[in-house]
Design a protein around this ligand. Sequence first.
Ligand SMILES: *Cc1c(COP(=O)(O)O)cnc(C)c1O
Length: 436
Amino acid sequence: MADPRRLVPRTDTVLADPRMRTAAERLGPGLVRAGVRVAQDRVRAGEVQPDDLVAAVLSDLPESPSSLRPVLNATGVLVHTNLGRAPLSAAAVSALVRAAGCTDVELDLQTGLRGRRGRGALAALAGAVPSAEDVHVVNNNAAALALVATALAPGRDIVVSRGELVEIGDGFRIPDLLAATGARLREVGTTNRVHLEDYAAALGPDTALVLKVHPSNFVVRGFTSEVRVPELATLGVPVVVDTGSGLLAPHPRLPDEPDAATALRDGAALVTASGDKLLGGPQCGLLLGRADLVSVLRRHPMARALRVDKLTLAALEATLRGPVPPVPARLAADVADLHERAQRLATGLLAATVDAEVRPSIARVGGGGAPMVELPSAAVTLDPRLAGVLRAGSPAVLGRVEDGRLLLDLRAVDAADDDRLRLAVEAAARVLTADG
Ligand SMILES: *Cc1c(COP(=O)(O)O)cnc(C)c1O
């Protein structure tokens, strides 16, 4: 028997194979080399024949040099933080691809002179909320709050209700963020109750602003009282409202979610919000309100550190001007349609001898928004052992396990992806069968 190590094809020879060169053009040389090393080890171990080495490398190479993988979100959570929050509309995706190369983000092509950065996206946002005198966009809502505190309240007081000192998720606490900017938090009221007099008593020469934070991921019920924006606006200091979810106007399905237009009409000086929650756009922080304040924010040196890139601006503008994005579309989806899709999916799976049943389900808004809102939905239930196989598939599929079954809830799934979902489940079921 020849020493198997002698039979291992040399790296240079393998890399010279035209299929390897094509792969390297797509993925870069590093990933391909790493793949070759792994396959050579498998030849040494006797798992792969020397002649099959190139095929083995090719079948194990990733689809992209980025390790982020697409996931079909069948959890029933519309804005899933761990899945990157809002999926972009096709229009937003194509806008950001168009802007990915060189683009006129900061140039007026007509005059050839420097133009206002992101003017199209800013105009679209201003157009969507006519009650805003001016608008600005930063990296996320946390950045919007940080900029407000840094530019408008350095070393001064931000008056905020104790019931609104919230933690958003993953340990992110709004009071810590504000304090980190050097602003002083002046807490008023108690956890469950606050009155206009509490705010009024806290005001003084050091007061920069009153902040109202939407407690987006919990509700306090029972003996409670809060002070609404129209009353706060009578205090004579700027009222900044963190609406969180990014609704620009009231939403009939989400009566308890605040929106930018209403807050501004009620007298808020500034509104902040996320772009990638209910608005359904890219991660960004929206700032809307009084022109003089927005101007101070925009001119502050810190604004540069918080600014968004051309891809975000492109996707935001297309989200605002283009067709309804996935999140609001799925929020509005008719439950009868979801049941019909679930039935079709289950029928297809049964035809492929995959055990599948249709079940009514409760979907959620997610992303820390509208925590009490239950969205009626429909799911296909499967053998729970499929959960891990589906997560490992391509595309990965994420469902949720409930009552000993794996649920694929269709409310957060684009109808155009139903076939991909079915094929992914069929492939996973075959893996499960093969593994016994
Ligand atoms: C989500 C949320 C934030 C944080 O927004 P990011 O865009 O994630 O920075 C801040 N405030 C409220 C009320 C929120 O709901």
